[in-house]
Design a binder for this molecule. Sequence first.
Ligand SMILES: [Cu+2]
Length: 419
Amino acid sequence: MNRRDVLKLTAVGAGLAAVAEAAGEVAALPAGQPAVVTPNGSTLPWKVVRGVKVGHLVAEVVKHTFAPGLDVEAWGYNGGTPGPTIEVVQGDTVRLYVTNRLPEATTVHWHGVLLPNGMDGVSGLTQKPIPPGATFKYEFTFKDAGTFMYHPHYDEMTQMALGLMGMIVVHPRSVRGLPVKRDFALMTHAWKLRAGMRRPDPTAMSDFNVLTFNSRCFPATAPLVVGVGERVRVRLGNLSAMDHHSIHFHGVRAEVAWTDGGEVPPSARVPEVTVLVPVGSVRVVELTFPAPGDWAMHCHMTHHVMNQMGHAGPVMVGADAQRIDARVQSVVKGYMTMGHDGMGAMSAMAPMMDSPPNSIPMYGGPGPFAHIDMGGMFTVFKVRPDPSKADPDGFWDHPKGTVAEEATEGELLLDGIEV
Ligand SMILES: [Cu+2]
């Protein structure tokens, strides 16, 4: 009989095993508060043992796909990056076991959560690092409602660059402010992945070229289906190494209702259409779309809505490509200058071109009118009159005469526009 068997018997003797066996689904969330949806992600399952929510995070190497054609070896929790969203109710006590299956030590810091100092997860300062193969136990009570994050506090640079992070949502015990119909959690992140490589570069300080919502880049970011007139909450976290993200909302005005520091008093809220989410911060926005459609949501930093754009080339816009091409073709057969007329058309052509294996340089996605030449930190709110019947992959069927199109000669004449 080994130590584990002895412990099991002891537990049975104390009746604890029976309690654990009986653990089932977690109690429903307080009335009027929908469960948080983590697009492209998951939520941590609990078992309740004598009133305590018990969860298990496993830090490990994971195979991850940013978008079709771009697979990497990342580090994540429970098989994915970001890790599962930790969703609880204010006042819940949790016991979180963290198993380290990484090749180096780790810890978990519960970013923004007020808890006993010894549970804060700072390697060396408040706890021993969790060595590979070991399982540590964290136990604390979520005293405050809000949106927080979790991430390692050992070799942060490497471990976060490779994808170890997740969101924490603590629902208030009763609705605070205006109730929302839908609730989404999105972690923003910036990665450096040289074309053709399979491992993100943890030493990168600039030129991040894979920008993600929940570790996916467009066109692999799941759309957010919502209803016209519904109040919607989006919890945006940022654990990028160096980059803030200015998240821009089309078709709607947003207000920051919460940060990871707490609730913003209604009198202090500022109407926005672009919300800056600084590194190491959470911004919780609430919005109500007045009209149906396919409304984009994306980082407004233009280099953050492109896939694996290289930044080392010369300025080609306006260059005389014919002369350059003729000269280079004498040494490189079939050479063709790109970008001399701008770069919009390159995105549609990119998948047909000869790029390194396992790379998606400048790839975009299919759209109902033409190729969408955006990538990276870009997704779409599919706003529908009846979201329960909406096809998440479908596009908005615009009423006749409501789409911008080429002006007719008659229209130009009538309005006195000369072209
Ligand atoms: Cu950005």
